[in-house]
Design a protein around this ligand. Structure first.
Ligand code: FES
Length: 574
């Protein structure tokens, strides 16, 4: 083949060459023991692996990749596995979210730079899913997602314990004096009983459900437990399918349309999904140029009910969800609200995929007319405290607080909160509104999951279980409460949140979609003139991030990463 003519198969720009260049591209790979015919133009499938012992939720991915390879070989493809940065939600400081965009750059450039025709994205935990989708979307090759799956149900002393949700519940019991530290420690190993991601409907399970609802995975991807043999079968079938997708040139942009995002937003409401999905889907859409706004979350999804009875909104866990029928059963239940013509990676429409989906347990997956919670999607609030928006998840909130006026108890940052929250002299009662600043994208930096502030022990002892809490932070998908998040612009960017002072009155009106700081504009102007921006990081990734990160209502992607570069790369390696 001539070096000048561009071959139909992308990988042939590397492997289909004569002379010195072809030698370079093939010879070193032959060092893996590969026969020459592997370079004959068959689809080369990258397996993008986020395996890491520092991301325990993804620790089954070496085995998962082997099953993908079986499917790729079986379909006549050539699999090449490669690692990318992994993001362990529980280990990384200051927050894994600081590195989501960095990992997405790793994914994008690893795919672009290499002789890959299609890619299988092995993703799990909270941040590797959006990072891989964002990075792959910017290249826009055929791609299929394989989630790692949830861990087995937690169980401690005969009681179900949900990842994250159980930690929050039990830590409040320790602080209230109803659980000992020894009992709390014993529960650690009882909660995470196997490899896999959090088994509540937290962010990882939500994002795996988003992958499936977007049409980016085979059906059932969201819920099969990580250690279930059917998870490995799904990986095998995905490997087989990606080879066909390359032959069909079924690229990500053909699947991830605005209709697909709308389907995912509706699915998020029906599963009682995490608020983190808002930021991640906005960022993924931004990479593809799909018009999607924060308002769409409210307009498209907020009136739908929550049907899935899983923690933190309900009582069951992901294993129960899978046995009840998983996401296909939920999508079938809300099918009247979905765009059933949306294309999915298996080459069938969403409607075809879910047409016969059975439900085996109506207590876990409720019928549409007997929902767990009515109108459960994400509510988007606006007002002088959040000119660019804020979000709240009504299904995880206390109904009596959805419309509330209260006195602000202000914490200037996470350090201030931790230093004072256990102080018995803290001037706070059940009517107060807790306000936390400087936890947004620039402020933390990285927008940590600290928006569900712990309650003061003196209120916990009195049986108070929820307060209105407002911040520019995010919240773990496993958390719950009347928690207003993602206030935009954030305090560190000089947003009105920075101007709130102790004792100010705040009005939250979720039905009216309003968040109001009841302080005269002239007084706010005076405070604004006094405002001093916080110091910014001096070097490294944190500096690049803070210099370029967009606000939460835009998805918190870096400004120069919005859009894509495609798969065309000029220039040879030698
Ligand atoms: Fe990894 Fe929850 S910590 S999925």
């Amino acid at each position: 083949m001539s070096a000048a003519r561009k071959p139909a198969r992308r990988s042939q720009q590397w492997f289909g060459r004569d002379g010195k260049q072809g030698f370079y591209y093939r010879s070193w790979l032959k060092g893996l023991g590969l026969p020459h015919e592997m370079f004959d133009g068959r689809p080369v499938i990258g397996i993008c692996n986020t395996w890491s012992e520092l991301t325990p939720c993804n620790s089954s991915f070496r085995e998962l990749a082997e099953h993908v390879k079986r499917g790729v070989y079986e379909a006549g493809g050539f699999p090449l596995e490669f690692p990318v940065m992994s993001l362990g939600e529980t280990q990384m400081r200051p927050t894994a979210m600081l590195f989501r965009n960095l990992a997405s750059m790793d994914v994008e450039e690893s795919i672009r730079a290499n002789p890959i025709d299609g890619v299988v994205l092995l993703m799990g935990c909270d941040k590797t899913t959006p990072a891989l989708l964002m990075g792959a979307a910017s290249v826009d090759l055929p791609a299929i997602g394989v989630s790692g799956g949830p861990s087995l149900s937690g169980n401690w002393r005969g009681r179900p314990v949900g990842s994250g949700t159980g930690v929050i519940e039990m830590s409040e019991m320790v602080r209230a004096g109803t659980l000992t530290q020894e009992e709390f420690t014993e529960a650690e190993a009882c909660m995470q009983r196997s490899k896999g991601s959090c088994m509540t409907m937290g962010t990882a399970s939500t994002m795996a459900s988003m992958v499936e609802a977007l049409g980016m995975s085979l059906p059932e991807n969201a819920a099969i437990p990580a250690v279930d043999s059917r998870r490995f079968r799904l990986a095998h079938l995905s490997g087989r399918r990606i080879v066909e997708m390359v032959r069909e040139d079924l690229r990500m942009s053909k699947v991830l349309t605005r209709e697909a995002f709308a389907n995912a937003i509706r699915a998020n409401a029906a599963i009682g999904g995490s608020t983190n999905a808002v930021i991640h889907l906005l960022a993924i859409a931004g990479r593809l140029g799909v018009p999607l706004t924060l308002e769409d979350w409210d307009a498209i999804g907020s009136r739908l009910p929550c049907l899935v009875n899983l923690k933190p909104s309900g009582e069951y866990l992901m294993e129960d969800f899978y046995y009840a029928g998983g996401l296909p059963a939920v999508l079938r239940e809300i099918s009247a609200h979905l765009d059933l013509d949306a294309m999915t990676v298996n080459g069938r429409s969403l409607g075809e995929n879910i047409a016969d989906a059975p439900c085996w347990n109506r207590d876990v997956i409720r019928p549409l007319d007997q929902p767990l919670r009515p109108e459960a999607g994400i509510a988007v609030l606006r007002g002088n405290l959040a000119p660019d928006g804020a979000v709240v998840k009504p299904s995880a909130a206390s109904p009596h607080l959805l419309k509330h006026r209260g006195r602000a108890v202000v914490f200037e940052g996470i350090g201030d909160l931790k230093a004072r929250i256990d102080d018995e002299s803290l001037d706070i009662d059940e009517h107060s509104i807790m306000v936390l600043k400087h936890c947004g994208p620039r402020g933390y930096p990285g927008m940590a999951e600290v928006g569900n502030m712990p309650l003061p022990p003196k209120l916990l002892r009195r049986g108070v279980t929820d307060l209105v809490r407002i911040s520019d932070a995010r919240m773990s998908g496993t958390a719950y409460g009347t928690v207003v998040l993602h206030v935009s612009p954030e305090a560190a960017a000089g947003g009105p949140l920075a101007l709130v002072r102790e004792g100010d009155m705040i009005e939250l009106d979720v039905p009216g979609r309003r968040l109001h700081l009841d302080v005269p504009e002239a007084e706010l102007e005076r405070r604004r003139a006094e405002w001093v921006p916080p110091p910014a990081p001096a070097r490294g990734w944190s500096k690049l991030y803070v210099d370029h990160v967009q606000q939460a209502h835009l998805g918190a992607d870096l400004d120069f990463l919005v859009g894509g570069s495609g798969d065309d790369v000029a220039g040879d390696s030698h």
